[in-house]
Design a protein around this ligand. Structure first.
Ligand code: ZN
Length: 275
């Protein structure tokens, strides 16, 4: 919307001891920005009632002498500088408080390895604590398998000097945990001979499913890849039409093939029975 045109008007009132001159002056209405219209059309036809739709109001204006203007500017600048200095002086103490809150004076955290969810009550009882920003269960000292992450890897200092947690702390911890877990895992070897019927003590390590064309010739069906780990650390795989019972501890099956998957030896079984 266009600003209203209006004749300038400026009436001198007085000069104070700093040389500042005071005037009554026509200025753009602050409510409507000088357009004369403000708000919905349903209310007073959208006319601004601060300026009575003229677009201007009379306001007291000031004219400073250059000397006084400079004095005011210097005062404002000094106040700003003082505020900044106070702010900066707080940073070391606030950073220390932050570090204490997050790490209680420790220079590392121990990220607990393995399937921690099932252990959460035990972990809690042992003094471990859950920290989402560090990918899960942590401790400062623990006898459990863990990876020690230096606090320095988890924090950063902003340009203004504040210490904060890195946004990618959980990613860093997860990557370190994955490396450590891989190193702990026993190397899988092939089991039995092709055609041989074998029985092993196992835990169910993973169950994957996928859809494929039904063997009956029409429709789709779900197939399951059941992955087991023997007590010796060997991987057994059994593809079938049902997911393995997670509580199974024994498997009997016929060795169908000795395979390699992502650099790991695995033994594929068929005609299996779980116990
Ligand atoms: Zn107005």
């Amino acid at each position: 919307m266009k600003k209203k045109e209006y004749a300038p008007y400026k009436e001198y009132i007085r000069t104070d001891r700093n040389g500042t001159k005071y005037y009554n002056e026509r200025v753009d209405c602050g409510r409507c920005g000088g357009t004369g219209f403000y708000g919905p059309i349903q209310v007073f036809n959208g006319e601004c009632f601060d300026c009575n739709k003229r677009g201007w109001v009379i306001a007291e204006t000031k004219e400073y002498t250059p000397e006084h203007r400079a004095k005011l500017d210097a005062k404002a600048e000094a106040a700003r500088a003082k505020k900044t200095a106070e702010h900066l002086a707080h940073i070391p103490a606030e950073n220390a408080a932050f570090m204490w809150r997050k790490f209680e004076g420790h220079d590392h955290i121990c990220a607990i390895l393995g399937k921690t969810y099932e252990l959460k009550d035990e972990l809690k009882a042992e003094g471990c604590f859950y920290r989402g920003e560090f990918d899960g269960w942590c401790a400062y000292e623990t006898k459990r398998p863990c990876v020690k992450v230096p606090v320095d890897d988890l924090i950063e200092t902003t340009d203004s000097g504040w210490v904060r947690l890195r946004d990618d702390g959980a990613v860093i911890v997860r990557a370190l945990k994955e490396i450590a877990e891989k190193a702990l895992r026993p190397v899988s070897e092939h089991v039995g001979k092709v055609g041989e019927r074998i029985t092993c003590d196992i835990v169910v390590e993973d169950v994957f499913s996928y859809k494929c064309k039904s063997f009956a010739g029409y429709g789709m069906e779900t197939r399951y890849i059941n992955k087991f780990r023997t007590a010796d650390g060997n991987i057994l795989v059994w593809q079938t039409s049902a997911p393995a019972d997670e509580k199974a501890t024994k498997i009997t099956g016929t060795v169908k093939a000795h395979d390699d998957y992502k650099g790991e030896k695995q033994t594929t079984l068929q005609r299996c029975k779980l116990g």
